[in-house]
Design a protein around this ligand. Sequence first.
Ligand SMILES: *[C@@H]1O[C@H](CO)[C@@H](O)[C@H](O)[C@H]1NC(C)=O
Ligand SMILES: *[C@@H]1O[C@H](CO)[C@@H](O)[C@H](O)[C@H]1NC(C)=O
Length: 201
Amino acid sequence: MAPNPAPPPQIAARPRQSILVRVIAMVLLALIVLVGLAVLIIWLSVRPKHLVYSIEDGSIHDYNLSNNHLNANFHFVLRAHNPNSKVSIYYDKMEATVYYNDETLAFNTVEPFFQPHRNVTRIGLNLGAKDVSLYDPVAKDLKLERSAGEVELEVRLKAKIRFKVGAWKSKHRTLRISCEPVMVHFSSSKNFGRALCDVDL
Ligand SMILES: *[C@@H]1O[C@H](CO)[C@@H](O)[C@H](O)[C@H]1NC(C)=O
Ligand SMILES: *[C@@H]1O[C@H](CO)[C@@H](O)[C@H](O)[C@H]1NC(C)=O
């Protein structure tokens, strides 16, 4: 190859340009990394871990099933455990429903409440079934369980919640809690077996 006698003029300009491009690229990269780190830190600290719910007590009062129509009052104690050390929770709206064989027996709303971080709160749920008409096979099953002394229920809760971390509050999210089987004795002298709940957030 013949030596190049006169280098083209732009070669002298190139290093400066490429340094500028490199600086810009590094600044951009640093920004991306910083933003990514910030998002990761916020996500890690905000993402709620292991909200734990269970039904600790359950009872049935004023039970009357006649002509496939049910009247009864259900009482449950929901235990809500927030083990997070930084995240507290606003329960702005909460609804509780009790099902038997996938049929709704009773429904009620729960008073809004605030749960601090690292906290256990027990919530009493009172659900009244007022003249609820049941399908014939469902009523038959319920009668059988009544005579056996114990009924297998499902308790579901749906809540609109917000998380609070320091002064920051999240948007509303829907929390779904499903507890089954909840075995409830008609006779209140029997011990209640705690029922763990599935959580969908
Ligand atoms: C149950 O309900 C039926 C129909 O409403 C009524 O006739 C009956 O007296 C009730 N039984 C009890 C124990 O309250
Ligand atoms: C949980 O929070 C509620 C409401 O602030 C409070 O009344 C209760 O004492 C707290 N329980 C525990 C175990 O910290």
